[in-house]
Structure formats: structure tokens, C-alpha cells
Design a protein around this ligand. Structure first.
Ligand SMILES: [Fe+2]
Ligand SMILES: [Fe+2]
Length: 213
């Protein structure tokens, strides 16, 4: 890890590059998709649309996770925390790419509102980050736990024949649990109320909208 001094402009440019890659889908995965090896069963139209709606939500969830982490990293004071946040964002890149690929297979597309989701989450991340590094990690834990919970719901709700989407979500769920555990081990503080509730409400709104748009 190099500890070079970053000017505010460096940080802004880093953020802008991540935003473009995340929102416009040029993110490249490091691991192959867990869907490989699962037959691409042709779903009937209702099932296909339902699966696509769920995978669009998961894709938006990953856009938000990236933006939160990059927003937090932009204001993090400790270079180690900053590096750790950027590494977490990098690991989410696989999830983002896998969800995008699956959406394409389902003849669908990512959310049209992704630039908005990204901007909102970046702002939330930056505000959280200004409160200090324990808070930063606390946000990571809360985000990952909430994502893990909705992945569980989606695993129940996916059409039974959609083994490819299910395989992706299983691996994502295991990764998110690990991300939360890592942040806890690094000294995350527990976020006080009402922050977890507000985050859950925002995520509920996101899920309702992203299923359709
Ligand atoms: Fe993720
Ligand atoms: Fe994660």
C-alpha cells in the first residue's frame, strides 16, 4: 500500500472515475460469475420479469454500496481506513458485474435512476465519514447486514427455476457477511438510533422503485 498524499482534487477525480464505471457498467469482475455451471432455464414471461425486478434491486444495492464506500473514503482521515473502504468497494465490483450480466440474460436492464442512487449514497457516505472512522466502519456493518437480509428475502422470492440468479445471490450473501465481520473486527461502532431505521426506510424505498424503474 502506498501512502501518498492525496489532494482534494485527487479524491474528487477518484470518486468521479468510480461513479462513471459503476453507473455506466464498465466495471470488470475479478472472479467469474457464480452463475456459470447453472443451466440458463428459459423462464415464462411473468417469472422472467419478476427475476429481473429482483436482480435490478440487487444491482442498485451494489451501486449504492460502491457509492457509500467511495463517499466515505473521500473524507476518511486515516489513510488505512480510506484504503480499507476502497478495497471494500473493489470487492463489490464483482457483485455489480454479475448482477448486470444476469439482468442482460433476463432481457432486462439496470435501473434508469442509477446516477441518482449513486449521488444520494455518495452524499450519505461522505456525511457519515465526516463523523470519524469508527462511524465509517459502523456504516459498513449496517449496510452489509441490511444487504444480507434482503438477499435472504430474494433467495426465497426468486422463481424456483432461476438457478443462475440464485447462485449469484448465494455468493454475494457470503461476501457481505464477511465484509461486515471484517469491519466489526476493525473497530466499527454501533450506529445509534434512528440511523439504522432511516437506512432501512431508504432501502425499502429504493427496492420499491428499483423493482420497476
Ligand atoms: Fe455487494
Ligand atoms: Fe459488501
Amino acid at each position: 500500500m502506498t501512502a501518498r498524499h492525496l489532494t482534494p482534487l485527487d479524491r474528487l477525480l477518484d470518486g468521479a472515475q468510480n461513479a462513471l464505471e459503476t453507473v455506466f457498467g464498465s466495471a470488470r469482475p475479478e472472479r467469474p460469475t457464480p452463475a456459470a455451471g447453472h443451466a440458463d432455464v428459459v423462464l415464462d414471461d411473468a417469472d422472467r420479469r419478476h427475476a429481473a425486478g429482483l436482480m435490478r434491486i440487487n444491482h442498485v444495492g451494489e451501486v449504492c454500496a460502491q457509492a457509500l464506500y467511495v463517499g466515505q473514503a473521500a473524507v476518511a482521515r486515516d489513510p488505512r481506513t480510506r484504503a480499507q473502504l476502497l478495497a471494500a468497494a473493489q470487492e463489490e465490483t464483482d457483485h455489480l458485474a454479475w448482477c448486470a450480466d444476469r439482468l442482460e440474460e433476463l432481457h432486462s436492464r439496470p435501473s434508469l435512476l442509477n446516477p441518482l442512487w449513486y449521488a444520494g449514497s455518495f452524499a450519505v457516505g461522505a456525511v457519515a465519514g465526516l463523523r470519524g472512522d469508527g462511524w465509517n466502519l459502523g456504516f459498513v456493518v449496517e449496510t452489509e447486514r441490511q444487504v444480507e437480509a434482503h438477499l435472504d428475502e430474494h433467495l426465497q422470492q426468486l422463481p424456483p427455476a432461476d438457478g443462475r440468479s440464485r447462485a449469484i445471490l448465494e455468493v454475494m450473501k457470503a461476501d457481505e457477511a464477511r465484509h461486515a465481520d471484517n469491519a466489526l473486527a476493525q473497530g466499527a461502532r454501533t450506529l445509534p438510533p434512528p440511523i439504522p431505521t432511516v437506512m432501512a426506510l431508504a432501502s425499502k424505498l429504493m427496492k420499491t422503485v428499483a423493482y420497476r424503474i
